[in-house]
Design a protein around this ligand. Structure first.
Ligand code: DGY
Length: 324
């Protein structure tokens, strides 16, 4: 039996690659020298794409694939895709928020604890011998009973909220729409920042959320406030964040994502009141395998004529959205 043709824009984890190679004829655009010529030759054969949000998918690429029906994406984010071009042709998109949800939520909490208890400085203090010469490490502030604001109550936002609640934090959230959820909804983002001690940002990237965390939001969070970003660098006005951290108008930032990756702004990395992680919230073997497997399973469902496992509602992302 002839195998269906799949356009591969981004390689997947070995366990998923083996399954894909077995079931499909893979067209390795990711390895092609002349990418436009490759797409012109093989694009029309493919009804599906296997990719990741880190690879581009622009209108010209979509046009070169006249029979395209599904983009199966192994990441949660897909801001490098031309969503309007996909929506115009009724092309389905699947992503993997559900597969990485727990690791990203864990990372948000890890960053909050690490920043609040000065884990990085305490580690250096222990190793350097300062503990013996200078005495006990300075007392830190407890998290229990503090206020946690969550920006974006999608799948991951809710997982963070559950963890926050279990830790004894008072959880509130801001979202484009009020959710049927047990946590307090605050319709004004600046107000949520003002009343929060810790603000975790977990909205989708893209134009709709660019600069959502503005200077006004960060100043409302204030000199004692902690901003945690596990969404996308673009969601925070980074120059404003650097200015606020430098002047003390914002207390601390704990970040997994940056405007410029993998070279974050040196003005940011030089600041002592930051706790930094290299965009690795979903970076575990288990989760990356699960993300790649979900890509495989969505392709399988599509070719079997079954419902997709994790479809993205593109209407919610046009012109923009606020959930991850
Ligand atoms: C995602 O899946 O979008 C994560 O940010 C990892 O790239």
């Amino acid at each position: 039996m002839t195998k269906p043709d799949v356009m591969m824009l981004f390689p997947q984890r070995p366990v998923a690659m083996a399954q894909l190679e077995d079931a499909y004829t893979l067209h390795r655009w990711d390895l092609a020298e002349d990418k436009a010529a490759f797409l012109a030759e093989h694009g029309p054969k493919c009804r599906t794409i296997a990719t990741n949000g880190h690879a581009p998918l622009d209108a010209a690429m979509i046009e070169a694939m006249p029979n395209l029906e599904l983009v199966s994406c192994s990441s949660a984010g897909f801001e490098s895709f031309d969503l309007a071009a996909l929506a115009k042709r009724g092309i389905a998109l699947t992503n993997t928020s559900q597969a990485l949800c727990d690791d990203v939520a864990d990372t948000a909490i890890m960053l909050m604890l690490a920043a609040r208890r000065s884990l990085v400085a305490a580690d250096a203090y222990t190793r350097s011998g300062d503990w013996a010469t200078k005495g006990p490490f300075p007392l830190q502030r407890s998290l229990k009973g503090r206020k946690l604001g969550i920006v974006g109550l999608g799948t991951i936002g809710q997982a963070i909220a559950r963890r926050g609640e279990a830790m004894g934090l008072q959880v509130s959230y801001w979202n484009r729409r009020k959710k049927d959820a047990p946590w307090r909804f605050v319709p004004d983002l600046v107000e949520l920042a003002r009343e929060s001690d810790n603000l975790i940002v977990i909205v989708a990237g893209g134009e709709g959320t660019r600069g959502l965390i503005s200077a006004e939001v960060m100043e409302a969070l204030g000199p004692e406030g902690l901003l945690i970003n596990v969404a996308r660098g673009s969601v925070v006005d980074e120059p404003a964040m650097i200015a606020a951290l430098s002047s003390g108008k914002l207390g601390h930032a704990a970040l997994d994502v940056y405007a410029s990756e993998p070279n974050p702004d040196p003005a940011l990395t030089a600041l002592p009141n930051t706790t930094l992680f290299p965009h690795h919230a979903s970076g575990t073997v288990e989760t990356r395998d699960a993300m790649a497997q979900l890509l495989v399973d969505n392709l399988k469902a599509h070719y079997a004529g079954k419902p997709l496992l994790s479809p993205v509602d593109l209407r919610a992302y046009l012109p923009g959205t606020v959930e991850a």
